[in-house]
Design a protein. Structure first.
Length: 349
């Protein structure tokens, strides 16, 4: 563990006090914030408008607990899975997904996940810690550079759907989002950021009351509480209807989009009755449905529904006027697809 303080822990008033005590001008704080959050620089030596003396003073006292890229795998469909080592040796993953009109990154918020969803590779590692806001931010900084170098494009969308449950690390997540979308920061449009949750009503209500600047995706994945209890343990505490009530409030308060994510699991949630119930859950609600073919996770007992059934779900929802999209599975050959991230650094699949 590093003994110096990560300078990003200091709030602006603390930075001002430090610069004053170091006999440095106040405007240097603004420059430092621009280096860190607008340019995404995490190395004092690269802060070229600082004197060598100032850089040495900063280096003597502070550090950056960086995430370090340790592995990059490229899928046949050009999806990039990046594994990063954190300061405490934990490994996290982010996935960069290029498509015709956009480049999206899927980022992580914890080093594993305690939610224990039975279909998910991340949930196999329950010893999770929360990522700091700068560890979340650095995944986006990396993705912006990589999108430009590799695809000659700007990073256009962020989905918080990687490792971990975002609402279990809400403070760090919202702090990172304010830097990704604010000034100083990357200034990305909040409408391009989607946070995916298994559904924690209290936290959704809090986000609504705080006028959160992101869209929400709810990992529904079942049409009844009895079914959902079996695959998403937190459902025993937070029922589907309670989550949907909270989502409606979120939409009312913030105007953000809401999506239902529905993993298509063969023989688990893909019967005609499931379809009917899914349609009725969408009633009286401006919600879009993403139907997601299941990506195999070694050691877990699930298979994806057939293409015919998935297409039938899409067509039936559409007929009822509900926007329904079959999500393309991206990067499944490198275990980068939805539900496959396990923080293994690409070594154990
Ligand atoms: S699906 Fe999401 S909430 Fe569930 S175990 Fe995986 S990472 Fe955690």
């Amino acid at each position: 563990m590093n003994e110096k303080t990560d300078i990003r822990q200091l709030i602006p008033t603390e930075l001002e006090a430090w610069f004053e005590a170091a006999d440095e001008k106040k405007f240097r704080v603004r420059q430092l914030l621009e280096w860190m959050w607008t340019k995404g620089i995490n190395d004092f030596n690269l802060m070229t408008n600082f004197s060598v003396e100032l850089r040495n003073k900063l280096t003597a006292e502070f550090d950056f607990q960086r995430i370090t890229l340790i592995n990059q795998q490229i899928s046949a469909d050009k999806t990039v899975k990046a594994a990063f080592r954190c300061y405490d040796n934990q490994v996290i993953e982010a996935v960069l997904i290029p498509s015709d009109d956009r480049v999206t990154v899927c980022i992580s918020v914890q080093t594993g996940c305690k939610m224990g969803c039975t279909f998910c590779a991340t949930g196999l590692n329950k010893q999770a810690r929360d990522l700091t806001f700068w560890e979340i931010f650095e995944q986006v900084a990396y993705s912006r550079r990589e999108a430009s170098l590799r695809f000659g494009a700007e990073l256009s969308n962020i989905v918080v759907m990687g490792m971990g449950e975002p609402f279990m690390n809400y403070e760090n997540l919202t702090r990172a989002i304010s830097l990704i979308s604010g000034t100083p920061g990357f200034g990305m449009s909040p409408s391009r950021i989607t946070v995916s949750t298994v559904g924690i009503p209290d936290m959704i209500l809090r986000a609504a009351d705080e006028d959160a600047k992101f869209n929400l995706a709810f990992s529904l994945h079942a049409s009844t509480d009895a079914e959902r209890n079996k695959i998403i343990p937190i459902n025993k505490k937070h029922k589907i209807d309670d989550v949907i009530d909270a989502l409606k409030y979120f939409q009312q308060q913030t105007g953000g989009d809401v999506t239902f994510e529905y993993l298509m699991l063969n023989g688990v949630n893909d019967s005609p009755d499931d379809l009917k119930r899914l349609i009725s859950l969408c009633c009286n609600f401006r919600v879009k449905v993403n139907l997601i073919p299941y990506n195999i996770v070694p050691g877990l007992p699930y298979k994806s529904s057939s293409d015919e059934i998935i297409d039938y779900f899409v067509a039936s929802l559409s007929k009822k006027g509900i926007i329904a999209i079959r999500r393309k599975s991206r990067g499944s050959d490198i275990a980068a697809a939805c539900g496959q991230l396990a923080g293994t650094g690409g070594k154990s699949y």
